[in-house]
Design a protein. Structure first.
Length: 438
């Protein structure tokens, strides 16, 4: 029998707020830390981890999965790489219909995929790995939404989303968003707001969603700040007016995966989040590069989709950016040996291209001092370079292990700096490092 699981979010950024100029009332667009708590009142008889309390510290990123399994890693190795503070992202587009969820028993996706140890399981309507390619193909007359899935482009209706959610039983469901491409006109943006709002109210009012699954309401509107602000206001009014308002624990800010300039993204976040209560979780899929994450955290974002370390690994890159302010300052004037020799290795200030021939005899670990499995003996840059060039799966697996570990440490450091009021110093040191290595 599936345990009853209740999700809540507690904000903890009082230390940061005390030093703000507004007299201690922290802005809703300030860096913050918090805790997502999942209370379970019943054990399934198989694992004590499904009963009691599980917590997720924010800001953090989700673990992207393929049909609820880590891309190339078994669960134990994935948990170690992500350092335990890892919520799991399960795209419902990987289970697009009754035949795909028929084998999932009453225990839901936690039992089906052995995710009992995951603090939070989040079901999304988008696959983060494919998000940059899956522009919504809806029109002004569409009632559902199209998504790029492992089975091709599929049309999904909101009631299908609820049916899949009832089968997989996530802790949190991110409701569908009618995202709009950058070139969309005003009418299309307005329609997207109305449609996303209708999907929210339908889910809140029809009573089809079973159990205690919490919801993330969708916010859309393209790059139009006025439309985004209106969408956020409508969404919050709908939540407050619903008898099921307690289900909504946060929001998803849609439309950020289209590669907009930093200033545009910041304005989009500000317009969408201004009306959102501080007590709600803010999820921003589509932002993953270190610079983007730092700017989003500075705007009060709590959750990220976690696709960045995986896409880097699949492209042959190891994450190498500094993880502390002091490390960033120390590295600002350092130059990679291969770069000083005039070799174009295809790397940048954030990552190392292990496919480059410059690393074919490099006996160093991916990152000197890193404690992950991929940076320990017998693995070296040269060995991983060899594995990638002979298309051996182990090469990408090792990069996924390292990137997950490195990315998790990045979020740990962000949480620490927010708590001790040094986030601005951390972010500025990182940006200075990036600028010096541009």
């Amino acid at each position: 029998m599936c345990a009853r699981r209740v999700v809540s979010f507690a904000l903890d950024h009082a230390k940061y707020a005390q030093n703000n100029d507004d007299g201690g009332n922290a802005s809703s667009l300030a860096p913050r830390t918090g805790t997502i708590t999942v209370l379970s009142d019943q054990s399934d008889g198989k694992s004590a981890s499904t009963a009691g309390t599980q917590k997720l510290l924010t800001p953090t990123s989700l673990v992207c999965t393929r049909r609820a399994s880590a891309h190339l890693l078994e669960n134990d190795r994935a948990q170690k790489a992500y350092r335990t503070n890892a919520a799991v992202c399960v795209p419902i587009t990987h289970f697009p219909g009754e035949k795909y969820v028929a084998g999932i028993q009453s225990g839901g996706i936690r039992e089906f995929a052995n995710l009992r140890a995951a603090p939070v399981v989040v079901a999304t309507c988008d696959d983060p790995i494919r998000s940059e390619y899956s522009y919504s193909q809806t029109t002004n007359k569409s009632k559902g939404f199209y998504r790029l899935t492992p089975f091709g482009w599929l049309s999904l209706q909101p009631n299908q989303v609820r049916t899949i959610a009832n089968a997989i039983k996530p802790d949190v469901l991110a409701l569908p968003i009618d995202d709009v491409p950058p070139a969309a006109g005003k009418r299309r943006r307005e329609t997207a707001v109305s449609r996303t709002h209708a999907w929210l109210t339908e889910t809140l009012d029809d009573g089809e969603l079973q159990g205690d699954v919490a919801l993330l309401a969708g916010l859309t509107g393209g790059t139009d700040e006025v439309v985004r602000a209106r969408a956020a206001k409508l969404t919050m009014e709908a939540v407050r007016a619903s008898s099921a308002c307690s289900r909504v624990v946060g929001v998803t800010v849609g439309g950020l995966a289209h590669g907009y300039p930093a200033d545009t993204t910041k304005a989009m976040l500000a317009a969408s989040l201004e009306a959102v209560p501080e007590s709600m979780v803010r999820y921003a899929p589509g932002l993953g590069a270190p610079d983007d994450v730092l700017r989003a955290v500075a705007s009060g974002v709590d959750l990220f989709d976690g696709a960045y370390p995986l896409t880097c690994a699949s492209d042959g890159y190891a994450l190498t950016f500094p993880l502390t302010a002091q490390a960033a300052r120390d590295a600002t004037h350092e130059v990679d040996a291969s770069a000083s020799a005039g070799v174009d290795v295809g790397s940048d200030a954030s990552k190392m291209n292990l496919r480059a021939v410059a690393y074919r005899t490099d006996a160093r670990p991916l990152v000197v001092g890193c404690t992950c499995e991929a940076c320990s003996r017998p693995y070296t840059r040269a060995y991983i370079h060899h594995l990638l060039n002979v298309h051996e799966l182990l090469g990408e697996m090792l990069l996924e292990v390292h990137n997950a570990h490195h990315y998790s440490l990045f979020f740990e450091e962000m949480r620490r700096t927010v708590d001790d009021n040094s986030f601005d110093d951390f972010a500025n040191a990182h940006f200075a490092y990036r600028s010096a290595h541009a």
